[in-house]
Design a protein around this ligand. Structure first.
Ligand SMILES: [Zn+2]
Length: 250
Protein backbone atom coordinates (compact mmCIF):
# COMPACT_ATOMS: atom_id res chain seq x y z
CA UNK A 1 0.00 0.00 0.00
CA UNK A 2 1.19 3.49 -0.61
CA UNK A 3 -0.14 6.71 0.77
CA UNK A 4 -0.57 9.99 -0.96
CA UNK A 5 -2.12 13.28 -0.13
CA UNK A 6 -3.99 15.56 -2.43
CA UNK A 7 -5.26 19.04 -2.00
CA UNK A 8 -8.64 19.54 -3.43
CA UNK A 9 -10.02 22.94 -4.32
CA UNK A 10 -13.69 22.28 -4.32
CA UNK A 11 -16.25 19.57 -4.35
CA UNK A 12 -19.18 21.92 -4.46
CA UNK A 13 -17.82 25.42 -4.83
CA UNK A 14 -17.00 25.57 -1.15
CA UNK A 15 -13.52 26.95 -1.58
CA UNK A 16 -10.37 25.23 -0.47
CA UNK A 17 -10.84 21.82 0.99
CA UNK A 18 -7.74 20.57 2.64
CA UNK A 19 -7.81 16.86 2.14
CA UNK A 20 -9.76 14.22 0.37
CA UNK A 21 -10.13 10.59 1.00
CA UNK A 22 -9.98 8.63 -2.14
CA UNK A 23 -10.89 5.03 -2.41
CA UNK A 24 -9.40 2.87 -5.11
CA UNK A 25 -10.41 3.57 -8.69
CA UNK A 26 -13.19 1.43 -10.02
CA UNK A 27 -10.71 0.05 -12.50
CA UNK A 28 -8.42 -1.50 -9.96
CA UNK A 29 -9.65 -5.03 -9.77
CA UNK A 30 -13.24 -3.97 -10.14
CA UNK A 31 -13.87 -4.36 -13.83
CA UNK A 32 -17.21 -3.22 -15.13
CA UNK A 33 -19.70 -2.75 -12.38
CA UNK A 34 -23.14 -4.32 -12.58
CA UNK A 35 -26.09 -2.04 -13.24
CA UNK A 36 -27.16 -1.85 -9.62
CA UNK A 37 -23.81 -0.41 -8.64
CA UNK A 38 -24.25 2.55 -10.92
CA UNK A 39 -26.54 3.99 -8.32
CA UNK A 40 -23.61 4.20 -5.94
CA UNK A 41 -21.65 7.44 -6.11
CA UNK A 42 -18.30 7.52 -7.86
CA UNK A 43 -15.57 10.12 -7.87
CA UNK A 44 -13.67 11.80 -10.69
CA UNK A 45 -10.56 13.84 -10.03
CA UNK A 46 -9.87 16.69 -12.43
CA UNK A 47 -6.61 18.60 -12.36
CA UNK A 48 -6.47 21.84 -14.37
CA UNK A 49 -3.12 22.33 -16.12
CA UNK A 50 -2.73 25.91 -17.27
CA UNK A 51 -0.26 26.57 -20.09
CA UNK A 52 1.87 29.71 -19.81
CA UNK A 53 4.75 31.16 -21.79
CA UNK A 54 8.11 29.39 -21.51
CA UNK A 55 9.04 32.11 -19.00
CA UNK A 56 6.03 31.25 -16.83
CA UNK A 57 4.03 34.32 -17.80
CA UNK A 58 0.72 35.12 -19.48
CA UNK A 59 -1.35 32.07 -18.67
CA UNK A 60 -3.97 30.76 -21.06
CA UNK A 61 -7.57 31.50 -20.14
CA UNK A 62 -8.81 28.92 -17.64
CA UNK A 63 -12.38 29.95 -16.88
CA UNK A 64 -14.46 27.12 -15.51
CA UNK A 65 -18.09 26.97 -14.43
CA UNK A 66 -17.45 24.09 -12.10
CA UNK A 67 -20.99 23.77 -10.85
CA UNK A 68 -22.40 23.48 -14.37
CA UNK A 69 -19.86 20.79 -15.26
CA UNK A 70 -20.50 18.98 -11.98
CA UNK A 71 -24.24 18.97 -12.69
CA UNK A 72 -23.71 17.12 -15.99
CA UNK A 73 -21.76 14.27 -14.41
CA UNK A 74 -23.97 14.20 -11.33
CA UNK A 75 -26.50 12.66 -13.73
CA UNK A 76 -24.31 9.54 -13.64
CA UNK A 77 -23.84 9.92 -9.89
CA UNK A 78 -20.26 11.01 -10.44
CA UNK A 79 -18.90 13.59 -8.04
CA UNK A 80 -16.06 15.76 -9.35
CA UNK A 81 -13.16 16.72 -7.09
CA UNK A 82 -11.08 19.58 -8.49
CA UNK A 83 -7.38 19.44 -7.78
CA UNK A 84 -5.16 22.48 -7.44
CA UNK A 85 -4.10 23.79 -10.86
CA UNK A 86 -0.63 23.04 -12.18
CA UNK A 87 1.27 24.87 -14.90
CA UNK A 88 2.92 23.90 -18.16
CA UNK A 89 5.35 26.60 -19.17
CA UNK A 90 5.85 26.20 -22.90
CA UNK A 91 4.93 28.96 -25.33
CA UNK A 92 4.30 26.69 -28.33
CA UNK A 93 2.06 24.44 -26.23
CA UNK A 94 0.12 27.43 -24.94
CA UNK A 95 -0.32 29.01 -28.35
CA UNK A 96 -1.30 25.88 -30.23
CA UNK A 97 1.70 25.81 -32.55
CA UNK A 98 2.64 22.51 -30.90
CA UNK A 99 0.00 19.91 -31.75
CA UNK A 100 -1.78 17.75 -29.18
CA UNK A 101 0.68 14.88 -29.54
CA UNK A 102 3.53 17.23 -28.77
CA UNK A 103 1.67 18.77 -25.82
CA UNK A 104 1.00 15.29 -24.48
CA UNK A 105 4.71 14.42 -24.85
CA UNK A 106 5.94 17.64 -23.23
CA UNK A 107 3.62 17.12 -20.27
CA UNK A 108 4.79 13.53 -19.94
CA UNK A 109 8.44 14.60 -19.94
CA UNK A 110 7.67 17.14 -17.23
CA UNK A 111 5.83 14.61 -15.09
CA UNK A 112 2.47 16.33 -15.39
CA UNK A 113 0.20 13.38 -16.00
CA UNK A 114 1.42 9.86 -15.51
CA UNK A 115 2.28 9.91 -11.82
CA UNK A 116 0.02 10.56 -8.86
CA UNK A 117 -3.63 9.60 -8.50
CA UNK A 118 -5.60 8.59 -11.57
CA UNK A 119 -7.27 11.75 -12.82
CA UNK A 120 -8.25 13.84 -15.79
CA UNK A 121 -5.72 16.52 -16.70
CA UNK A 122 -7.68 19.45 -18.13
CA UNK A 123 -5.14 21.45 -20.13
CA UNK A 124 -5.88 25.09 -20.95
CA UNK A 125 -4.24 26.58 -24.04
CA UNK A 126 -4.83 29.64 -26.22
CA UNK A 127 -5.36 27.76 -29.47
CA UNK A 128 -5.55 24.21 -30.83
CA UNK A 129 -4.00 23.52 -34.23
CA UNK A 130 -3.48 27.25 -34.60
CA UNK A 131 -7.22 27.91 -34.18
CA UNK A 132 -8.55 29.93 -31.24
CA UNK A 133 -11.29 28.71 -28.91
CA UNK A 134 -13.75 27.79 -27.84
CA UNK A 135 -12.61 24.37 -28.98
CA UNK A 136 -11.23 21.24 -27.39
CA UNK A 137 -9.83 17.75 -27.75
CA UNK A 138 -10.42 14.85 -25.40
CA UNK A 139 -9.50 11.22 -24.74
CA UNK A 140 -5.77 11.84 -25.17
CA UNK A 141 -3.30 9.51 -23.48
CA UNK A 142 0.46 9.72 -23.29
CA UNK A 143 0.65 6.08 -22.19
CA UNK A 144 1.01 3.43 -24.89
CA UNK A 145 -1.71 0.86 -25.49
CA UNK A 146 -4.79 2.89 -24.49
CA UNK A 147 -5.08 1.57 -20.94
CA UNK A 148 -8.18 3.71 -20.44
CA UNK A 149 -10.02 2.09 -23.35
CA UNK A 150 -11.91 4.48 -25.64
CA UNK A 151 -11.32 7.38 -23.23
CA UNK A 152 -8.11 8.93 -22.00
CA UNK A 153 -6.98 11.07 -19.11
CA UNK A 154 -5.93 14.25 -20.94
CA UNK A 155 -8.16 16.85 -22.54
CA UNK A 156 -7.08 20.13 -24.07
CA UNK A 157 -9.34 23.17 -24.13
CA UNK A 158 -8.85 26.58 -25.73
CA UNK A 159 -11.07 29.43 -24.57
CA UNK A 160 -11.20 32.97 -25.99
CA UNK A 161 -9.71 35.80 -23.94
CA UNK A 162 -13.01 37.62 -23.97
CA UNK A 163 -15.94 35.49 -22.99
CA UNK A 164 -18.69 35.53 -25.62
CA UNK A 165 -20.86 32.57 -24.75
CA UNK A 166 -20.45 31.10 -21.25
CA UNK A 167 -22.82 28.22 -21.95
CA UNK A 168 -20.89 27.22 -25.05
CA UNK A 169 -17.62 27.33 -23.09
CA UNK A 170 -19.03 25.11 -20.38
CA UNK A 171 -20.35 22.74 -23.02
CA UNK A 172 -16.88 22.62 -24.61
CA UNK A 173 -15.21 21.55 -21.34
CA UNK A 174 -17.99 19.13 -20.32
CA UNK A 175 -17.98 17.57 -23.79
CA UNK A 176 -14.23 16.93 -23.73
CA UNK A 177 -14.51 15.41 -20.26
CA UNK A 178 -17.14 13.11 -21.80
CA UNK A 179 -14.62 11.99 -24.43
CA UNK A 180 -12.09 11.34 -21.65
CA UNK A 181 -14.68 9.10 -19.98
CA UNK A 182 -15.16 7.15 -23.20
CA UNK A 183 -18.08 8.89 -24.93
CA UNK A 184 -18.15 9.30 -28.70
CA UNK A 185 -20.16 11.69 -30.87
CA UNK A 186 -23.85 10.82 -31.19
CA UNK A 187 -23.55 10.32 -34.95
CA UNK A 188 -21.08 7.50 -34.31
CA UNK A 189 -22.96 6.03 -31.36
CA UNK A 190 -25.76 3.62 -32.30
CA UNK A 191 -26.99 3.55 -28.70
CA UNK A 192 -27.78 7.25 -28.59
CA UNK A 193 -31.12 8.34 -30.13
CA UNK A 194 -30.80 10.85 -32.97
CA UNK A 195 -33.75 12.94 -31.91
CA UNK A 196 -32.63 13.90 -28.42
CA UNK A 197 -30.13 16.64 -27.69
CA UNK A 198 -27.29 15.53 -25.40
CA UNK A 199 -23.65 16.17 -24.50
CA UNK A 200 -22.45 14.36 -27.65
CA UNK A 201 -25.05 15.62 -30.13
CA UNK A 202 -25.79 18.86 -31.96
CA UNK A 203 -28.43 21.24 -30.67
CA UNK A 204 -28.74 24.13 -28.26
CA UNK A 205 -25.74 24.39 -25.96
CA UNK A 206 -27.97 24.88 -22.91
CA UNK A 207 -29.70 21.56 -23.67
CA UNK A 208 -26.45 19.78 -24.43
CA UNK A 209 -25.38 20.45 -20.83
CA UNK A 210 -28.94 20.42 -19.47
CA UNK A 211 -30.68 17.95 -17.22
CA UNK A 212 -30.73 15.28 -19.95
CA UNK A 213 -27.16 15.87 -21.11
CA UNK A 214 -26.28 12.25 -20.44
CA UNK A 215 -28.45 9.60 -22.06
CA UNK A 216 -28.97 6.24 -20.31
CA UNK A 217 -26.31 4.67 -22.55
CA UNK A 218 -23.91 7.55 -21.78
CA UNK A 219 -24.39 6.88 -18.09
CA UNK A 220 -23.62 3.20 -18.59
CA UNK A 221 -20.54 4.11 -20.60
CA UNK A 222 -19.05 6.73 -18.29
CA UNK A 223 -19.61 4.52 -15.26
CA UNK A 224 -17.30 1.96 -16.90
CA UNK A 225 -14.45 4.46 -17.09
CA UNK A 226 -11.21 3.41 -15.49
CA UNK A 227 -10.70 7.03 -14.50
CA UNK A 228 -13.34 6.81 -11.79
CA UNK A 229 -12.72 6.26 -8.13
CA UNK A 230 -15.17 4.42 -5.97
CA UNK A 231 -15.58 7.29 -3.59
CA UNK A 232 -14.19 10.68 -2.69
CA UNK A 233 -14.83 12.32 0.61
CA UNK A 234 -13.54 15.76 1.43
CA UNK A 235 -13.03 17.09 4.89
CA UNK A 236 -13.34 20.78 5.56
CA UNK A 237 -11.36 22.89 7.93
CA UNK A 238 -7.69 22.08 7.70
CA UNK A 239 -7.75 18.58 9.14
CA UNK A 240 -4.75 16.80 7.74
CA UNK A 241 -4.84 13.19 6.88
CA UNK A 242 -3.38 10.91 4.32
CA UNK A 243 -5.11 7.93 2.97
CA UNK A 244 -4.17 4.82 1.22
CA UNK A 245 -5.23 3.06 -1.84
CA UNK A 246 -4.15 -0.02 -3.66
CA UNK A 247 -0.60 0.27 -4.98
CA UNK A 248 -1.45 -1.48 -8.21
CA UNK A 249 0.08 0.23 -11.16
CA UNK A 250 -1.92 2.90 -12.97
ZN1 LIG B 1 -16.17 15.88 -29.57
Amino acid sequence: MKAFRVNILSLAGLGLLSTAMLVAPLSLGEGIRPDADRKAPACLLIEPVICRSSEGKEPAVSRLDRKAIESVYAQANIQIAWLQPRYLDHTAARDGTANWKKVSKIGKERGLWESGPIRISLVFVNAIGGKPGPRGLGAIDSRPGRPFGPGGPICIVALPKKQKDPVMETFCVAHEIGHCLGLVHAVKDPLVPDNKTNIMSGGEYSERIGKNALTPSHIRQVRKSKLLWRRCVAELGGAKSSHTRSSKKQ
